[in-house]
Design a protein around this ligand. Structure first.
Ligand code: HEC
Length: 204
């Protein structure tokens, strides 16, 4: 009974749907001042507040750009993708699992860096059956390779989606891991192996 009462309070507190859909109106100058006050002036932190062309377009179109703009974003982001020199896209799935688990890197507490960045993939995706703690902002990646028949073309596409999500999904919520130098080419190959190799627990 107590639980039910709490639930109904939560539902009421969230208000009518129309109120939720209204865009918050904050004066841009006030917003800018608040961000600047909260943000460090050292290192690369200021640069992180600068939107690139793609982010500006995504903001301007509420992450839902019309086809022509989406196509232009895809093309621009695709051009940033660097491929492994030997054309081999599959690394080591065990290292890939460690990268998917790790949220290390680029946070306030990670300077100076003492180890390689992680991809924090589980924050948004279900990946293996064994890991029960995962977020749901992104789709489940369980049986990812199996569902794609382990095809070579799909291995390459998976690499591209991880290297630069916007090349496949313009205005995606997923970070551009390769383009923004969060992960190296070798690390991306390792997470591709986690998703696409037959031996990976993702596909068992
Ligand atoms: C902040 C959340 C977030 C993080 C972190 C994230 N992703 Fe994603 N990912 C998404 C979303 C959202 C999508 C769906 C694509 C879209 O519509 O933007 C997606 C899509 C994908 C896809 C394509 C799925 C399909 O159906 O083709 C793959 C593969 C993928 N992510 C792998 C990864 C890997 C590997 C990592 C870690 C290196 C990762 N993601 C980290 C949010 C995230």
């Amino acid at each position: 009974m107590k639980i039910l009462a709490t639930l109904s309070v939560l539902v009421l507190a969230s208000g009518p749907a129309s109120a939720q859909q209204q865009k918050p109106s904050v004066e841009p100058a006030r917003l800018e001042a608040a961000m600047q006050a909260a943000w460090p002036k050292t290192g690369d932190w200021q640069a992180r507040l600068q939107q690139d062309a793609t982010m500006k377009e995504c903001t301007a179109h509420d992450n839902n750009p019309a086809t022509a703009i989406a196509d232009a974003i895809r093309k621009r982001e695709q051009a940033t993708i660097q491929y492994p020199e030997n054309g081999q896209f599959l690394g080591d799935w065990k290292r890939g699992e460690a990268i998917a688990q790790s949220g290390y890197g680029m946070r306030f507490t990670d300077y100076p860096a003492t180890r390689a960045n992680g991809g924090n993939c589980y924050a948004c995706h279900q990946i293996t059956k064994a890991e029960l703690s995962f977020g749901t902002i992104g789709p489940s990646l369980l049986e990812y390779g199996k569902l794609r028949d382990f095809k070579d073309a799909e291995v390459k596409t998976t690499y591209e989606k991880i290297y630069n999500s916007h090349a496949s999904f313009p205005c995606s919520n997923m970070p551009r891991f390769g383009t923004n130098k969060v992960l190296t080419i070798e690390q991306i190959k390792d997470v591709v192996a986690l998703l696409m190799s037959r031996e990976s627990p993702v596909n068992k």
